[in-house]
Design a protein around this ligand. Structure first.
Ligand code: SF4
Length: 381
């Protein structure tokens, strides 16, 4: 592979080869270089994928990590109306739900019994909940299963819960952390272009507020993930700018644990129903995004996670050869992507994850939420 890449670098477009060589030598590539990379075709495309794979190998090695976790979407009721969302319901809808705390605790206990080290707690913005509601959930989980890691409450939920309770973001985060919140999903980032946010998620926090909440969380010692929602009405420049903003945050806080590209699932969403988005991103686009992100974030965010729920386990394997090194979690249940037409189930048991990784001739590694490796699983001969 290295030989093939060396040969390709000599014959492809010099702008692309210069950017790839910079990344391969652990030098930072600029946003304009990344934009060239995310547009590539033909031999340049192949070189991009090979370079991303090589940079991944030297950054994090040849194992593929995963976490045993359970998603608990505690309510689908939401006062927001994000146009990419097929999950939210209004109060009164026959399929609207709000899980009682006992139920959330029961699901956590079940997950712990199945070997989960994490519960991921996210939901809609329910009119009856505020930050104290999130606090009660956190406290109840920690009381029942003290050692489980709670990864919960997106920056949007934090902003909503804090403002309803008339608390500052910092106070709200401190309170949740003291109650046992371990980390925060970096969702609600969507795409950092406020003109586009006004179309796709008009009531959501703006870019500046998202950054402020994330930086506050990092300062308080709460790590977060970093995400992008791509494949809707944004441009390639928007994708690169978004990753550039995440890179700048990471330079100052070092609080991101991983970057998770989230492909827009269009079915059943208002954006699709209004004809604003008519198709999913292509596999080539997905690969280019992952590969360019690996090169842009090299030295800053080591872990790039592929979402098997959105892309499917088979394509996730391909992406693991294009810059990604982590396959996320077992999930056990998932409602948000499924509502938008994802077809790949909501539970990938550890054994299936391990087999996917063995098929790539790589070594599975179970990790914690914050990427401490708990166990390697070398293939038995
Ligand atoms: S994405 Fe989240 S905040 Fe937006 S409508 Fe859906 S549940 Fe509500």
């Amino acid at each position: 592979m290295v030989f093939m890449l060396d040969a390709l670098l000599k014959e492809i477009d010099p702008v692309v080869s210069t950017a790839l060589e910079k990344a391969l030598n652990n030098r930072e590539i600029s946003k304009s270089e990344a934009l060239e990379l995310i547009k590539v075709q033909n031999k340049e495309f192949l070189a991009l994928i090979l370079a991303a794979d090589q940079v991944r190998r030297s950054a994090v090695g040849d194992f593929v990590s995963f976490v045993i976790n359970r998603n608990i979407n505690f309510t689908n009721v939401c006062i927001n109306d994000c146009q990419f969302c097929a999950f939210k319901k209004n109060i009164g809808d026959p399929t609207a739900y709000l899980l009682q705390i006992d139920k959330i605790v029961e699901k956590t206990k079940e997950a712990w019994a199945l070997g989960a080290t994490e519960v991921c707690i996210q939901g809609g913005l329910h009119p009856e909940l505020d930050i104290f509601g999130y606090l009660e959930i956190t406290q109840a989980i920690k009381k029942a299963v003290p050692r489980i890691h709670i990864h919960g409450f997106s920056p949007m939920e934090i902003a909503y819960g804090a403002s309803k309770a008339e608390l500052k973001i910092e106070e709200a985060l401190k309170m949740l952390k003291e109650a046992g919140l371990g980390s925060i999903p970096g969702t609600a980032a969507e795409i950092f272009n406020d003109r586009i946010r006004k179309i796709i998620c008009p009531k959501k926090i703006d870019t500046r507020t998202w950054i402020e909440i994330i930086k506050t969380a990092h300062r308080l010692g709460l790590p977060t993930t970093a995400t992008i929602l791509y494949g809707h009405i944004e441009t390639l420049e928007d994708r690169v700018n978004h990753i550039g903003i995440l890179r700048e945050i990471q330079k100052t806080t070092r609080g991101f644990t991983e970057f998770i590209p989230l492909t827009f699932m269009h079915k059943n969403t208002p954006l699709f129903n209004k004809g604003l988005v008519t198709k999913a991103s292509t596999g080539a686009e997905d690969l280019k995004l992952y590969a360019a992100a690996r090169l842009m974030l090299n030295g800053y965010i080591d872990n790039i996670q592929v979402s098997w729920v959105k892309l499917g386990p088979g394509f996730a394997q391909v992406v693991l050869n294009a810059g990604a090194n982590d396959i996320g979690g077992t999930l056990m249940e998932e409602h948000i992507s499924k509502a938008a037409g994802a077809m790949f189930g909501d539970y990938l048991p550890p054994n299936k994850i391990k087999n996917l990784i063995y098929q790539l001739d790589r070594i599975p590694a179970q990790r914690t939420t914050t990427y401490q490796i708990l166990q390697f699983f070398p293939k038995a001969n």
